[in-house]
Write a protein that binds this ligand. Sequence first.
Ligand SMILES: Cc1cc2nc3c(=O)[nH]c(=O)nc-3n(C[C@H](O)[C@H](O)[C@H](O)COP(=O)(O)OP(=O)(O)OC[C@H]3O[C@@H](n4cnc5c(N)ncnc54)[C@H](O)[C@@H]3O)c2cc1C
Length: 407
Amino acid sequence: MADADTASADTAVAETAAAGYVIVGGGMVADAAARGIRERDATGSILILSDDVDQPYTRPALSKKLWTDDSFTTSDNDLGTAAETGAEIRLRTSVDRIDRTGRTVTTTDGETIGYGRLLLATGGRPKTLDLPDDDRVIYFRTAADYRNLRELSGSGKHVAVIGGGYIGSELAAALVQNDTAVTIVFPDPDLGASLFPERVDAKFESRFVEHGVTLRANSRLRGGTAKGDGFELVLDDGSTLRADGVAVGLGIEPNTELAEKAGLAVDDGILVDARLATDDPFVYSAGDVASYPDPILGRRRVEHVDNAKEQGAAVGRIMAGSDEKYTHTPMYYSDVFDLGYEAVGRLDASLETVEDWKDDDSVVVYYLEGGVPVGVLLWNVWDSTDKARQILAEARALTPDNLVGLI
Ligand SMILES: Cc1cc2nc3c(=O)[nH]c(=O)nc-3n(C[C@H](O)[C@H](O)[C@H](O)COP(=O)(O)OP(=O)(O)OC[C@H]3O[C@@H](n4cnc5c(N)ncnc54)[C@H](O)[C@@H]3O)c2cc1C
């Protein structure tokens, strides 16, 4: 990774003034990075090359607010990146190649563009299943996927949601609250069983049952075929399920291929140092695609919005000459029905857990590995992520029996 001195502030500003900032990817990191650049550089040119069909928008709203708040529309969800930062955004534009010697990128349309500083904010793409390529099968990630799912749902239609992680569970909750029959198919014995201890998990799952979601636990999708105006899905126990549409939320694969082709170091994500630089001092990376050294939790790749915003803003400032390091340990959150949680570190129900119930609906859960806290779940407990970070930072000095009451 780049030596901080190589990409010093003065050099960065001089170079970028000549050739500009190029950002590959038009997601939340691109938006935050453009704003970060503007904190230090009011005039340098910013070019965002995005293969999406929409201007940058807030992804979390696609599975929550756009379904649950009638006054919130897709245009409210637009981040306003171009208007507020002056960035030029080219949509439907995919970058195919980086020439690090010549400092250029080439798009799949064959256009070659020079850069002073390059940010790889290519995020991730949804994991797919062996299902027909069909508009009614949605690997949910983009605003276009949201629009498609709206078309497929409502009016009592039946949507099968595949995957019980946070995207799958949020989509199931969103759909069932919008006049849609929902079956959720997931491999765990209970919804949320891989994340939460039993008592929390029972509360989580019961909300879905109360709202009429059909749960197909201990199940995986084996395949499916289009039948008439719907789909027939086959589960691994041989049973079948008919649905008008299928929404899949099985996690993402980081889009690292462009970096790999350019000879940059990649290990699960694009490897960056504490200044979010790759092993090329003119190329940076941030967000879902980047593997960075977290000061508390160690090297990791984080697929969450707090990280996208904070890391995006930091990398923008750094590319524009700031000498800062990225020291923020991100939190993440999810909301379904009237439940919500925030968390820092690992949520893994196979770890030892210590529960600190505040009342019947609110609990702090500590996840321990070798007796040391590695994750904190704040379930209906708010304004406590800083405290959770502090506990994880001091984890080695704590014992399981003195955790209760710390938050
Ligand atoms: C439905 C949904 C709900 C979510 N809810 C939450 C939540 O409640 N809480 C939370 O913490 N996080 C949530 N997240 C995660 C959060 O939104 C992401 O972590 C964040 O948006 C990642 O931003 P990014 O810019 O790194 O990547 P992305 O948003 O993936 O953006 C990268 C963009 O780059 C494009 N791209 C890739 N390669 C190229 C190329 N070669 N050329 C041009 N463009 C390219 C991609 O197609 C994509 O448009 C949610 C995500 C989704 C999908």
